[in-house]
Write a protein that binds this ligand. Sequence first.
Ligand code: UDP
Ligand code: UDP
Length: 291
Amino acid sequence: MGCDVLCVDNFYSGTKDNVAHLLGNPCFELMRHDVTFPLYVEVDEIYNFACPASPVHYQWDPVQTTKTSVHGAINMLGLAKRVKAKILQASTSEVYGDPQVHPQRENYWGHVNPIGLRSCYDEGKRCAETLFFDYHRQHSLQIRVARIFNTYGPHMHPNDGRVVSNFIVQALGNKDITIYGDGSQTRSFQYVDDLIEGMVRLMENAVGFIGPVNLGNPVEFTIRQLAEKVLRLIPNSTSKLVFNDLPADDPIQRKPDISLAQEKLDWAPRVPLDEGLTRTIDYFRRKLGSV
Ligand code: UDP
Ligand code: UDP
């Protein structure tokens, strides 16, 4: 798009490897920084993606997780206010909690446990949405809020802990596939390129549509179906399915209603799960050196 890009990361759950190929590009700059501290730079647009999204990582230091979402949002909104930048927040389907409405539309207020193990993430992201809308109303900031549903793809960390990378890494290593619970809970998996397309359309839309808007793939699978799919795509794997305890507050079903994104952004995901999984499996094969 011809933009200069300043990438700000504290590498809590990411690695420099993922941007190594950009380091020699004169339009790209990398800065090690934690958004819970103020940041003084000059920019036109801000994509605020900060906060680990894998339950394993965000529950490791839950206080820091809330700080990242809340203090991080305040600092990025303060920055946007000073330099008059447009700012997009990566919100989440977790704002719907363990939903009692299915599929989830943007006008559903959610069903969130405020004191559980997931609350640091869910309530942090909900408070960030509040801050975005209050900076919009109070300070006329140009905001965008995307609610991201389960997303996967190349460049996930092998120890990310979320289900798609776990199952692929386990299958490639001939280790047990760890299904939590009986595997009947559902998720809808979006390939990363579809998400990026949706976020850029949201940021750039000319009619000033601010959201919140769901970005996700509405094709729903049970976790058991996902495990079986991964094994079908890695046919020489000797992995077996094993069933472990279901973590507390694990949502039973989740699927986005994307009619708002379709209407306002002319956006819908294009990459079906089989194709996205194949690309992700190829990535992990190369990364882990397995055949
Ligand atoms: N802030 C920042 N970069 C800036 C401007 C502000 O990191 O370029 C931070 C600053 O630390 C402040 C926060 O953003 O605490 C909120 O800024 P705002 O102007 O909304 O509030 P105030 O400074 O009046 O508390
Ligand atoms: N899950 C699983 N095995 C794993 C990791 C996750 O069965 O090794 C389940 C998890 O309990 C949840 C679903 O897969 O029901 C999606 O989990 P993930 O951590 O990817 O994201 P979530 O949508 O729960 O934030």
